[in-house]
Design a protein around this ligand. Structure first.
Ligand code: MTE
Length: 329
């Protein structure tokens, strides 16, 4: 994103993305590991075996099985093949832990247990949730959602979690609440940042925001798991936002605080580059990023010899217009 280059990430030179050798090493390893099954099946597919490929141990980052989670039939088919977990879980954006896509190892420094998620602001019942609350208090379901990063890469992943409105039902926002601010974990002792001199003066902690109506929408989801297991740290353990009709940067990871507020809150990327990263940030193929087109997207996955990924047209609201178009009329 804005830190590095005027080109989207998939156009960056080889030295700026995961070195191909490492990518393929991981790919070989993970293919043997989870090629047999994804989604809920992953929990029983032995995704925690040791690597035969030397020092590669992505498997140890993949979280604990979440057993008996039902799949929501409305979101059982995203119209595209599921992305293999090797790609989703080793190609991440988490700038607190580094400026490349290859942060899955450094993100293991995140202290995700114990955890407290404080929910307050303009609500009747301020509540603090602990780690057990996040997986036990709400009715967990699996939803296969499309995911579209503003950098024009995309994937399809099976999240496990609960609708955001379940938390609204507990805390009961007052009529004065119009927006919601979400704050990610940040500790400068633990989070090295993206590197380079740009690490200075960044608006940490990472924050994001939604309108109340967006948070109450059926699609808005808190994920506590992915591929049948609790969230790996690189995906934002133990709880992150998932708003599949918006660009991926709206999905703040490792949330520690949710505040119901009266005014539109400042957010991380919008503060850094307001002309490039809008507060609303809905997926819109006709609206180019100032530095690249949004008309098409590349599905992360098996690369060809040319190192390109499968390209698809971008769909308005990432294909979720039936759920959300009414919010923006
Ligand atoms: N949340 C935090 N706290 N820090 C981040 O750097 N990156 C965002 C979003 N949430 C980010 C974040 C961006 S730009 C994207 S595309 C998604 O996380 C990537 O999610 P994934 O790594 O799980 O695919």
């Amino acid at each position: 994103m804005v830190f590095f280059d005027s080109r989207p990430d998939w156009q960056l030179s080889a030295s700026r993305v995961t070195p191909e050798r490492i990518f393929w090493q991981r790919r070989r390893f993970m293919k043997s590991l989870i090629g047999a099954g994804v989604g809920l099946a992953a929990a029983s597919a032995g995704a925690c075996q040791r690597s035969n490929a030397g020092d590669v141990d992505l498997d140890t980052t993949l979280g604990q099985p979440l057993i008996g989670v039902r799949q929501n039939p409305a979101f059982a088919d995203a119209g595209r093949d599921l992305t293999e977990q090797i790609y989703a879980s080793s190609y991440n954006n988490y700038y607190e832990f580094g400026g490349s896509k290859n942060i899955w190892e450094s993100a293991q420094a995140l202290p995700a247990d114990p955890w407290q998620l404080e929910v307050g602001g303009l609500v009747k019942n301020p509540t603090t949730f602990d780690l057990d609350d996040l997986t036990e208090r709400f009715d967990l379901e699996e939803r296969i959602y499309r995911f579209r990063c503003v950098e024009a890469w995309a994937m399809v992943v099976p999240w496990i979690g609960f609708p955001m409105k379940a938390i609204m039902n507990v805390v009961e926002p007052t009529s004065a609440a119009k927006f919601v601010r979400f704050t990610s974990f940040y500790d400068p002792q633990v989070c090295p940042g993206p590197g380079l001199s740009l690490s200075r003066n960044l608006p940490w902690p990472y924050t994001e925001g939604l309108t109340i109506a967006e948070m109450a929408n059926d699609l808005a989801f808190f994920a506590v798991g992915i591929y049948g297991r609790t969230l790996p740290k690189q995906h934002g353990a133990p709880i992150r936002m998932v708003t599949p009709w918006k660009y991926g940067f709206k999905g703040a990871k490792s949330i520690v605080k949710i505040e119901f507020v009266a005014e539109q809150p400042a957010t991380y990327w919008n503060t850094l580059a307001p002309n490039e990263y809008k507060f609303e940030a809905n997926v819109e193929p006709e609206v180019p990023h100032p530095r690249w087109s949004q008309a098409t997207e590349r599905l992360i996955g098996e690369r060809t010899a040319m190192f390109s990924w499968e390209e698809q047209p971008t769909v308005i609201y990432n294909g979720y217009g039936d759920y959300v178009a009414g919010l923006y009329r």
